[in-house]
Design a protein around this ligand. Structure first.
Ligand code: IPR
Ligand code: MG
Length: 239
């Protein structure tokens, strides 16, 4: 069974397979995304139950903007609907929500809602849920570089001040206690990172699961954690 002392502090999830899940059932893609929201709610409940501190989920990539407009519009309205309907539950569960990603492409109403939810939940300490929307690992590194270059240009820092910890202070994950995921889970059998967190995944244990995201529940999550607990993490050393 799961060992309390070997629970990962930060779990990252690439929630993949919503479209295939809907197709298998002869449903429209949107039904798959709605099932995906239900799956995320269950994952949040389990993270709190098992004492995981940070959960970062890939909800929409900068590369997803090229999907059909009808699907992009549906997903953006689903994010808004989910935030509004779940806000009470999230607050009651003591979940802090942060949204990371390139907000320049999001609607004003979604941006305002995100700001309100982040403000309202900023002191919650049960689980820090970071939702990556219009996010990509390369975007994250670029925005960090731009911020650091601006500080050098403005004379705020010297070139010699640029090091790994300064970059980590500029990445979008700067807002969380444990920025580097201990475990990354990707569902639906795809074996790739797809421009999710990049810098932060340097020593993350990778776990690929066959089930489609809407079918990834308590049993599947427990299996992923069990696999994590059986790994010997060396961080480059010789053991
Ligand atoms: C936007 C993202 C969370 C949706 C993940 O599922 P998906 O639409 O990529 O599903 P498929 O890979 O089955 O098409
Ligand atoms: Mg996919």
């Amino acid at each position: 069974g799961l060992r309390e002392d070997l629970i990962p502090r930060h779990v990252a999830v690439i929630m993949d397979g919503n479209g295939r899940w809907a197709k298998q059932r002869g449903l429209v893609t949107g039904a798959g995304h709605e099932a995906g929201v239900r799956s995320l709610k269950e994952m949040v409940r389990l993270c709190i139950q098992w004492g995981i501190s940070v959960l970062t989920v890939f909800a929409f990539s900068t590369d997803n903007w090229i999907r059909p407009k009808v699907e992009v519009d549906f997903l953006m309205s689903l994010f808004e609907r989910a935030l509004r309907t779940e806000l009470e539950d999230i607050a009651r569960q003591g979940v802090r929500i942060s949204v990371i990603g390139d907000s320049s492409k999001l609607s004003d109403s979604l941006l305002k809602l995100i700001h309100d939810v982040e403000e309202k939940t900023k002191d919650n300490s049960n689980l820090h849920l970071m939702v990556a929307v219009s996010y990509s690992g390369k975007y994250d590194v670029v925005q960090a570089c731009q911020s650091i270059a601006r500080q050098v240009k403005d004379g705020v820092i010297e070139l010699d001040d640029i090091n790994e910890s300064l970059i980590e202070k500029e990445l979008e994950t700067k807002r969380t206690k444990f920025p580097s995921p201990d475990l990354l889970i990707r569902t639906s059998g795809e074996l790739r990172i797809s421009n999710f967190l990049l810098w932060q995944l340097a020593y993350t244990e990778l776990y690929f699961a066959e089930p489609l995201w809407p079918d990834f529940g308590e049993e599947e999550f427990a299996q992923a954690l069990l696999s994590f607990q059986q790994r010997q993490r060396r961080f480059g050393s010789r053991k």
